[in-house]
Design a protein around this ligand. Sequence first.
Ligand code: TIU
Length: 223
Amino acid sequence: SSPVLSLPATPFAYDFAVAHTALVIIDMQRDFVEPGGFGETLGNDVSLLTAIVPACQTMLSAWRKAGGTVVHTREAHSADLSDCPPAKRNRGNPKLRIGDVGPMGRILVAGEPGNQIIPELAPMPGEIVIDKPGKGAFYATGLQEMLAERAITHLLFMGVTTEVCVQTSMREANDRGYDCLLLVDCTESYFPHFKAAAVEMIHAQGAIVGWTAPSTMVLTALA
Ligand code: TIU
């Protein structure tokens, strides 16, 4: 049996059962968190993102101990870039484009060193790992079917970056009928004011996209 747990989240209580909830960890890969990857080639200071790693580790290990479903995503393209639209590859003025060879291998290409999830949050056997060609975790992936097989109805989100891949994935999930909650201390942006705005716009208008809460609330509920 999996009792319903209730968090005093924002903007109001978030009720979930561990058996029907997945922890979704968005793109905690070296490309975004370490120097020499995609994030840095876009002109960003990646050091901001490493600050959330300890909170993510604590949350992940508590969720594993509780027996909950874990989903890891990576923003990843196939080696021939057939799943990378020219509009995405040509956008902006990066030092290195998707598919170019950087210090951690080919930028945003599956299997390259930079595309690996950071060791602190490495997937364990049996956990779902999704390679996604878009910003959202549902576009051109089998994620919805995998969640349906496991009778998952609720999603707890963490990862990077808040207003890009995390928010896009939450919006996709919300439209697919999932009750979503963002763990605010387990997500970060290269732009702190974008993170703050994203958190506000998610829980505004009566949780129009979903709920937000600190991870300590989940840890307390699981204890
Ligand atoms: N994972 C993710 O958010 N991909 C991005 O490209 N994020 C940026 O903030 N650029």
